[in-house]
Design a protein around this ligand. Structure first.
Ligand code: SAH
Ligand code: SF4
Ligand code: F3S
Length: 474
């Protein structure tokens, strides 16, 4: 299929057209079914990149004539988009996939597909092949654009299909998309990762870094702004590497500046920024661009320079703290968040406490915290790991206690202030039925009715807890 790849690792337009024809063929098959058009059930695990991928898969399913259902027992096709970041994520998926055998028993025509990062790993594909025989198709993230062709093969040849070739990946433009919200949208600016942090599976399952052409990103953002989307989140595993592989290199800050020129009442967020590549140019650009939210997710992972080196992160504690200082100098009100791993192989109690002291020093608005999970095939999985899970849990709890206190204090300082928020959805809680976000991304619970969804409004903050703010509309 290499002749189908155009310049700059792009899938040729004719190839995407061919996939659309497979959608049309499947639609014809579907229309001929005695029970009418089938329903699709999709379930997504993992990060926003996977959510964005699922929206493309749903776009293709829609083109095949499928409607959607929340009930796997009602479905004619099931797509499970998986995550491999930690062992727990994988265990959960095996549990869910195991249960689907009952849906298949009830409806032998049901097609079950497993895709995403977990599916890209050979050991997983082998386990599915041998022990989960009710799964019809397995494909990795790099094969997503071929989904129609692969599915057509399953429908017509009635054979199980495994497409997990170790491809570095290409870029497919022009795939259809179903966006679940009319308010928020995800836009990938790049795919893959070249960083090989020693604990992380992502570079092995998502292929090498590759950037979309700026013109393609800008066209997508423009069409979203014109369609009235209010919040556009740019996605990449390390957005600061954006553009390095383009024929005419352009960096992420330049891309933000171009996006900022697009008219409309919208905010741009992005994730994730790798601290080693984030710097003054990015922070000053963020400060100067009115559409860009003053919100920075800057994962530190550890507060110990020794552990950071073993993690292959490419910065020290001091260099990281200097970046935070620079970001706050450019944007005094920036909302800062981070990811932390506790219990990396060989980490001592003193080193874990250096992480606690770092978060005390930075005072993040929120943290995503994880206990280290060995990922087979990564360098860290081979490192000696003498500390027990129980001890790691004690360190982890100390970190959480510190962060909960800090988040609570920072949130309390908002009480009494008037803030502009975007009402982004219903919360499911009858006392505080609406959820909204400040420009910095803080969650604010509100009272009011659904007609406010999608609107920017001013609210007065009346209360707070560790996780959120509570406000009243003015
Ligand atoms: N590209 C992003 C991270 C993507 S994965 C970045 O570099 O920041 C999201 C988070 O999962 C990581 O930041 C890390 O904190 C966590 N993570 C990744 N691998 C892990 C592992 N093996 N065990 C525990 N947490 C892990
Ligand atoms: Fe994983 Fe590191 Fe790449 Fe993030 S930058 S996806 S943590 S290898
Ligand atoms: Fe998981 Fe893949 Fe994202 S491993 S975190 S879904 S890139």
């Amino acid at each position: 299929m290499s002749d189908a790849i155009g310049t700059a690792n792009r899938i040729a337009a004719e190839e995407i057209e061919r996939q659309k024809q497979f959608c049309a063929e499947i639609r014809k098959l579907n229309e001929g079914r005695p029970g009418g058009l089938p329903l699709a059930y999709t379930q997504t695990y993992g990060c926003q990149q996977n959510v964005a991928d699922s929206q493309r898969l749903m776009g293709m399913l829609q083109d095949m004539g499928c409607g959607f259902t929340q009930d796997p027992f009602e479905a004619g096709i099931i797509v499970i988009n998986t995550c491999a970041i930690r062992e727990n994520a994988e265990k959960k998926v095996f549990g869910v996939v195991g249960q689907l055998v009952h849906a298949k028993e009830k409806n032998p025509d049901l097609i079950i597909c497993l895709c995403g990062c977990m599916a890209q790993q050979e050991v997983v594909a082998a386990k599915i092949k041998n022990s989960y025989r009710h799964v019809d198709m397995v494909f990795g993230p790099q094969a997503l654009w071929k989904f129609p062709e692969l599915l057509y093969g399953v429908y017509t040849d009635h054979k199980r299909t495994f497409s997990i070739a170790d491809e570095h990946g290409a870029i497919a433009e022009g795939l259809p998309v179903v966006r679940e919200s009319g308010v928020k949208a995800w836009v990938s600016v790049m795919y893959g990762c070249n960083n090989f942090c020693s604990y992380c599976i992502v570079p092995y399952v998502r292929g090498r870094e590759r950037s979309r052409e700026p013109s393609d990103v800008l066209a997508e953002v423009r069409s979203l702004a014109e369609a009235g989307y209010r919040e556009i989140t740019l996605l990449g595993q390390n957005v600061n590497s954006y553009g390095k592989d383009l024929d005419e290199p352009m960096d992420f800050a330049d891309l933000l500046r171009e996006i900022d020129k697009i008219p409309g009442d919208y905010l741009v967020r992005f994730m994730t920024s790798h601290p080693k590549d984030a710097g003054r140019k990015l922070f000053e650009t963020m400060a100067e661009c009115s559409h860009v939210a003053k919100q920075l997710h800057l994962p530190v992972q550890s507060g110990s320079s020794r552990v950071l080196k073993a993690m292959n992160r490419g910065y020290t504690r001091e260099q990281y703290l200097e970046k935070v200082r620079m970001a706050r100098e450019a944007m005094p009100e920036v909302v800062l968040t981070s990811d932390i791993i506790i219990g990396f192989p060989g980490e001592t109690e003193a080193e874990a406490m250096e992480t606690v002291s770092l978060i005390e020093e930075v005072r993040y608005d929120a943290l995503f915290t994880f206990i280290y999970s060995p990922r087979p095939g990564t360098p860290a999985a081979k490192m000696p790991d003498p500390v027990s899970r129980g001890e790691k849990q004690v360190w982890f709890d100390r970190l959480l206690d510190a962060q909960n206190r800090i988040s609570g204090e920072l949130h309390r300082a908002y009480v009494g202030r008037t803030l502009r928020v975007l009402v982004d959805g219903e919360s499911g809680d009858s006392a505080w039925p609406l959820s909204s976000r400040t420009a910095g991304g803080r969650l604010v619970h509100l009272q009011g009715d659904g007609s406010l969804i999608g609107r920017y409004i001013d609210v007065r903050i009346t209360g707070s807890n560790t996780w959120a703010l509570f406000g009243e509309t003015l």
